[in-house]
Design a protein around this ligand. Structure first.
Ligand code: FAD
Length: 466
């Protein structure tokens, strides 16, 4: 009997889609080419990077802050192998969790590379070489993304690494050169800085975190610099000489000009990710891609070929696990005849450094460009009781509210636990809240969330603790 749905790829987009489809009564199969389920996110992305961020943050705190709180432990010593084991165990637990959920929902899984032989036909080629063809009514492409390469810089995952190699370094580099000041570069740069590396970040643009509210990004850069990361903006790495004991990177001004050499022990190439569709057979079945290699879909995640859909990193939009998950749910519901939907205006984005940077909605630059007038409500963590007593006062909450309606258009939190706190803003925005709605909501004391309430009050120029 044919499947109702075959999902190709078991990342957060694919496995969530499969589970939702099974809940809706479909007969579902998942095809995954790697040995473990969970995709980039669980194996070499969100989960291992957060494990190292967590561990290195505590290592840093033990050295820097414990003494101030009366905890005398002496200088902490790093056992990198044990830290890596801690990270690997975390990954293992998570990928096994996906295997458990697939089984629980009676989803068949096939290990091997999936190719769309024709609409309704998926060919699975196992690592050993044998091939089988599965029949299905619908196909969801959830094949995710791969590391973007830099011309002239060959990644060997030993000395010149992508994020994948940067998660498994066997020793702390004396100097780490990070190419790209995006989320991944800043997170992994922070990890290795905390563990003792000197970290230099080279960025093509004249700012870090392109797309993020500029005022927030500038403040964030200042905080990271105080932690010891150094930045070379408006610069590009054009090559890396690997012949000597030290790597020698050629760095030129982005606008052109005299090159300089920066030495390092490890170079991390973190210039972004590209959609992954290799071997899927899209050209043969005529599935359209755009000029950046992304699968083109309509408002219902349908490609131009009937019965074939796509979600996650392989389509346009922010390359984020929760965006892929929500698309997975939406497309399963659409295939089942329901009204699945993703609100792209309210997708939070978090950088898990310390402090964290979490944003949802529009930046000031975006609002200006759209000609929308807005009020800014800002509240610093220096004025928040809980942040003060915890010695974590860097950063602020910034709320952008429509000048006419007071509706919340964007929330930017630079501060401790911002990634958790942004959920409140996302819920408020989903419900079309005004800044006043947040301001009039009782927030527990003493919590960091009071800074969100105060920023909402500040948007109406009536902050209490400022
Ligand atoms: C270092 C790093 C840190 C990150 N941190 C975060 C974070 O903190 N938060 C966040 O939201 N996002 C984070 N991301 C991004 C996140 O990992 C991706 O957005 C997310 O994994 C996309 O999910 P997906 O399901 O679209 O694809 P993927 O997770 O990439 O999964 C695709 C799967 O498809 C499989 N596949 C591909 N082709 C085939 C084929 N032909 N046949 C069978 N299987 C195939 C692949 O093996 C893979 O398992 C991070 C990424 C990296 C690299």
């Amino acid at each position: 009997m044919p499947y109702d749905l075959i999902v190709i790829g078991s990342g957060p987009g694919g496995y969530v889609c499969a589970i939702r489809a099974a809940q809706l009564g479909m007969k579902v199969a998942v095809v995954e080419k790697d040995k473990t389920f969970g995709g980039t996110c669980l194996n070499v992305g969100c989960i291992p990077s957060k494990a190292l961020l967590h561990a290195s943050e505590l290592f840093d705190e033990a050295g820097e802050k414990f003494g101030k709180m009366g905890i005398k432990v002496g200088a902490p010593k790093l056992d990198l192998a044990a830290m890596m084991k801690f990270k690997d165990e975390g990954v293992d637990g998570n990928v096994k969790g996906v295997a458990f959920l697939l089984k629980k929902n009676k989803i068949d899984s096939f290990q091997g590379s999936g190719r769309i032989a024709a609409p309704g036909k998926v060919e699975v080629k196992a690592a050993a070489g044998e091939t089988q063809t599965l029949d299905t009514k619908s196909i969801v492409i959830a094949t995710g993304s791969d590391v973007a390469r830099l011309r002239g810089v060959e990644i060997d995952e030993k000395r010149i690494v992508s994020s994948t190699g940067a998660l498994v370094l066997e020793k702390v580099p004396e100097r780490l050169l990070v190419v790209g000041a995006g989320v991944i570069g800043l997170e992994l740069g922070s990890v290795w800085r905390r563990l003792g590396a000197e970290v230099v970040v080279v960025e093509f643009l004249d700012r870090i975190l392109p797309g993020t509210d500029l005022d927030v990004a500038k403040n964030f850069q200042r905080i990271l610099q105080k932690q010891g990361l150094s930045f070379k903006l408006s610069s590009k790495v054009t090559g890396v000489d690997t012949s000597g004991k030290k790597l020698k990177a050629t760095v030129e001004p982005a606008a052109g000009g005299a090159a300089e050499t920066i030495e390092g022990d490890v170079v991390l190439v973190a210039i972004g990710r590209v959609p992954f569709t290799e071997g899927l057979g899209l050209e043969d079945v005529g599935v359209q891609k755009d000029n950046r290699g992304r699968v083109v879909i309509d408002a219902h995640f349908a490609t131009n070929v009937p019965g074939i859909y796509a979600i996650g990193d392989v389509i346009a939009g922010p390359m984020l696990a929760h965006k892929a998950e929500d698309e997975g749910v939406a497309v399963a519901e659409i295939i089942a005849g329901q009204a699945g939907h993703v609100n792209y205006d309210v997708i939070p984005n978090v950088v898990y450094t310390f402090p964290e940077l979490a944003t949802v909605g529009k930046s000031e630059e975006e609002l200006k460009e759209a000609g929308i007038t807005y009020n800014v409500g800002k509240f610093p963590f220096t004025a928040n009781g809980r942040a003060k007593v915890n010695l974590q006062t860097e950063g602020f909450v910034k709320i952008l509210a429509d000048a006419k309606s007071d509706r919340v258009l964007g929330v930017h939190i630079l501060g401790p636990d911002a990634g958790n706190m942004i959920a409140e803003a996302a819920v408020a925005m989903e419900f079309g809240a005004a800044a006043e709605d947040i301001a009039r909501t009782c927030h527990a004391h003493p919590t960091l969330t009071e800074a969100v309430k105060e920023a909402a009050l500040a948007a109406g120029k009536r902050s209490i603790h400022m």
